[in-house]
Design a protein around this ligand. Structure first.
Ligand code: PMP
Length: 405
């Protein structure tokens, strides 16, 4: 047979396909609510002012070279990144129990974390991970790639367009002991629905009682509330209560460094000695896959995290992004409820958190929005709030109103 004749044609990635269709559309009022990338009020990608400053400093450094980074990454970056998510005064950092590795953004962190689990986690039976239903679709492929079977736990309740907390908690209780469970640290993708602190506390109780392993994915620190510490609360609470865990971290969204692929994996170990062994294996795994990570984005983030002035400026930039998104939620809500009197309850638009919102509309209604109104969104009714702005929010509200009537 012809070489590769057995290779099946894979469908294109649905999000990237949606972006391509949007790009080809010549309708002047088209709206792209598909991809999760921040846009300013003029629908333009936003290079954070602090990133521009850090880039300037970096490029003016007469000692800048292009040597390889260490296998586990730029130490000034990984150390500061660990503090950012785990907290300046983290007990795990203070006791030297955190093993960090620089990764190819959040996707690479998920991959390395999954690969590490596949190699070294003492699974209770077959290799399985439990993902929220729904979740970022790439989670399924990432775990399958390393031989871990992805299963789901109830998370979202379409009836309330909110958290299916009872079913979620009951499922956690019914899983075998020491199950690996993926949790979104904040700003759940795709629903925008996060547990409250009280609910996180109860989730943590079950993790401790059952000995579950928490695989935290944190792709949106700062994007949920506009405050970095606030958005890291759940992770820090789990660390404080000594749940065994790892955290996948991404600077794609909160630093607007999507294409630079800046991420990290942090594994919190029970002892310093264990952390050393864990780190040695992260190094071995990374060596065979990417040899060593890319330097450019990590150098920029390292400058921002380690310079108090730049760090403060970054926090202001994050507030600008999160604030604009929160403002769009309010405006959309107001248009739907007060002006258009759109049928149904829209409270979830303002209650949901972060970049995404689950509108609760049906796949047919989503399809109609794409085909009739040139509003691009995924079939599941998820919209990226960052695609809305003062110029198009009214057009979107009116189109949504029409689609659900
Ligand atoms: N996890 C989740 C939940 C995400 O939404 C994303 C971004 N879409 C990622 C991880 C990884 O993104 P990146 O690799 O660009 O950091």
């Amino acid at each position: 047979a012809e070489t590769w004749s057995q290779v099946p044609l894979a469908p294109p990635d649905s999000i990237f396909k949606l972006s391509a269709a949007y790009k080809d559309d010549t309708f002047p009022n088209k709206v792209n609510l598909g991809v999760g990338a921040y846009r300013d009020d003029d629908n333009k990608p936003w290079v954070l002012p602090v990133v521009k400053k850090a880039t300037k400093i970096l490029l003016e450094d007469p000692n800048l070279d292009h040597e390889y980074l260490p296998i586990t990454g730029l130490p000034s970056y990984t150390t500061a990144a660990a503090k950012l998510i785990l907290g300046e005064d983290s007990p795990a950092i203070a006791s030297g129990r955190v093993s960090s590795a620089q990764t190819i953004s959040g996707t690479g962190a998920n991959h390395l974390g999954a690969l590490f689990l596949s190699r070294f986690y003492q699974f209770n039976g077959d290799k399985k991970v439990y993902l929220s239903d729904p979740t970022w679709v790439n989670h399924f492929a990432i775990f399958r790639n390393v031989g871990i079977d992805p299963l789901t736990y109830p998370y979202y309740d379409p009836k309330t367009i909110g958290l299916a907390f009872g079913a979620f908690l009951d499922t956690l209780k019914s899983l075998p002991e020491r199950s690996a469970v993926l949790l979104h640290a904040c700003a759940h993708n795709p629903t925008g629905v996060d547990p409250s602190r009280e609910q996180w506390g109860q989730i943590c109780d079950v993790f401790l009682a059952k000995g579950h392993y928490a695989f935290f994915d944190c792709a949106y620190q700062g994007f949920a509330s506009g405050d970095l510490d606030n958005d890291a609360w759940a992770v820090r609470e789990f660390v404080r209560r000594e749940v065994p865990l790892l955290v996948c971290q991404s600077f794609a969204k909160n630093a607007g460094l999507y294409g630079e692929r800046v991420g990290a994996l942090h594994i919190v170990a029970p002892t310093v000695e264990t952390a050393g062994r864990v780190k040695s294996q992260l190094s071995v795994l990374t060596r065979s896959e990417i040899s060593n990570p890319p330097a450019y984005g990590a150098r920029i983030v390292s400058l921002i995290l380690n310079n108090p002035e730049l760090f403060d400026e970054w926090k202001r930039d994050i507030k600008t992004m999160a604030g604009r998104i929160i403002q769009m939620r309010k405006e959309l809500y107001k248009l739907l409820t007060e002006e258009l009197k759109t049928p149904g309850n829209w409270d979830h638009i303002i209650n949901q958190i972060g970049m995404f919102s689950f509108t609760g509309i049906s796949p047919d209604q989503s399809q109609a929005l794409v085909e009739k109104a040139h509003v691009y969104l995924t079939q599941n009714g998820r919209i990226s709030m960052a695609g809305l702005n003062s110029h198009n929010v009214r057009y979107f509200a009116e189109s949504l109103d029409r689609a659900v009537r």
